[in-house]
Design a binder for this molecule. Structure first.
Ligand SMILES: [Zn+2]
Length: 320
């Protein structure tokens, strides 16, 4: 399959945000207005061409302290377009790669499937710094580039898929916002992100299966923090690591997952949070973190040391 030969003509920055649903209560124009009010300069927005077709909107800002920031709203989603059919993931990561991005901030929202007793459960309104994720067929490489496949060139390990140097900073920022409930970190609870296989919420069976698995895992590995799952977005952490990027992921819990006992229906819970608490907190978190979050040292961060170059002979054993 051939892809177009395209030269990237967009902005360059070391840090970018792909944050989606925490900011769904706010238009792109309103985000820009808030950034400008903070003292950021907004260069012209544009939609770059990519080898996979026209890309999503790319925003380029200069923060009040002189840092270039790229913002691709809502994970690169275009209203009404299917993410898979339109190669959204490929377009977004091609842009980030060409733009020289080293840190990607991603905020998502999700449904919590927590098997633990009342009083210990993660609840809607809480913020979670995820520990891991369930791999998905969507988590692949960048077609038509040297990063199309990890093997045989690299051995990419995912013990800690999300940047361990950056999550404490996000947790600290999240705790400043009183509209947010508790903030849950990987040293206390092992939350794994799971993306739906379809185009909407999971079935009750999907969720019950994960609840049972999480409880069994927690009992078998009782010397480690308990495991629960969050069901929502998980923008390709595999490709990010292959491209040498640090992923700073946070999730705002919007609802109890499908099929579990809940005081209110899913829609009633999440519409209120999206349009009030989440958007207010996420906006402040994004503007603060994008301005101040450091770029981790490449030699020490798990995001870098977990990417191993394989012996060259592996490639010579294949057709080439
Ligand atoms: Zn890192």
């Amino acid at each position: 399959m051939a892809f177009k030969d395209v030269t990237y003509e967009g902005p360059h920055a070391e840090i970018a945000t792909l944050t989606g649903s925490p900011l769904w209560g706010m238009s792109i124009e309103d985000f820009t207005k808030a950034a400008v009010e903070r003292g950021w300069y907004n260069f012209d927005d544009f939609r770059p061409d990519t080898p996979y077709g026209k890309g999503p909107v790319v925003q380029h800002f200069l923060t009040e302290n002189g840092r270039h920031v790229i913002r691709i709203p809502s994970y690169g989603g275009v209203a009404g377009e299917d993410l898979r059919l339109r190669h959204t993931d490929h377009k977004v990561f091609w842009i980030l790669w060409k733009a020289g991005v080293k840190v990607v901030l991603i905020g998502g929202t999700s449904g919590i499937a927590d098997w633990r007793p009342e009083g210990q459960k993660i609840l809607p309104g809480d913020v979670v710094l995820p520990w891991s994720f369930m791999t998905h067929p969507e988590h692949r490489g960048l077609p038509g580039t040297e990063f199309e496949s990890a093997w045989p060139k690299y051995d990419l390990l995912l013990d800690d898929p999300f940047c361990t140097q950056l999550w404490p900073l996000i947790a600290e920022e999240a705790r400043k916002h009183s509209v947010i409930g508790s903030v849950h970190t990987p040293d206390k609870v092992h939350v794994a992100l799971v993306i739906p296989s379809g185009i909407t919420f999971e079935t009750t069976y999907d969720i019950q299966r994960h609840v049972v698995l999480s409880k069994m895992i927690s009992e078998m590995f009782s010397d480690q923090p308990p495991v629960v799952t969050l069901h929502g977005d998980c923008v390709n952490p595999v490709l990010a690591r292959l491209l040498g990027m640090h992923v700073a992921y946070y999730h705002m819990v919007a609802n109890i997952a499908q099929g579990l006992p809940m005081p209110q229906g899913i829609a009633e819970t999440l519409y209120g949070l999206y349009q009030n608490e989440f958007v207010n907190a996420a906006l402040k978190m994004e503007l603060a973190l994008l301005s101040t979050m450091p770029i981790p040292n490449g030699d020490s961060c798990v995001c870098k040391v977990s990417l191993h170059t394989a012996p060259k002979v592996f490639a010579h054993s294949m057709t080439h």
